[in-house]
Design a protein around this ligand. Structure first.
Ligand code: FES
Length: 106
């Protein structure tokens, strides 16, 4: 099954197994690494699912939509490899992804 590697805000590195079709936000939320993560349920209105994707994986992801870009633009901690986890679906060609949690803005 697909795997998410995540470095938490506390600096812990976790390896999370997930199901085909899960969003990155769902996987991180269900792992309870941050109470505030995923508060809008994935409808692109909270940006609490913001992650920094590792360089190699970042290039392999489908481009972000205009709505995702608008939300990312509202974040101080945005960087070129920032994504919103609710917009990244695991499975298919994406069997493993490595991300880290940016500083919280919530
Ligand atoms: Fe709210 Fe992703 S969960 S924008």
């Amino acid at each position: 099954s697909p795997v998410v590697n995540v470095t938490t805000r506390e600096g812990n590195v976790l390896r999370l197994e997930c199901r085909e079709g899960d969003s990155l936000m769902e996987v991180l939320r269900d792992a309870e690494i941050d109470d505030e993560l995923g508060t809008c349920g994935g409808c692109l209105s909270c940006a609490s699912c913001h992650v920094w994707v590792d360089d190699a994986d970042s290039d392999a992801l489908p481009p972000s939509s205009e709505d995702e870009e608008d939300m990312l633009d509202s974040l101080d901690s945005r960087c070129p490899r920032s994504r919103l986890g609710c917009q990244v679906l695991l499975g298919g060609a994406l069997q493993e992804i490595t991300v880290s949690m940016p500083p919280s803005e919530f």
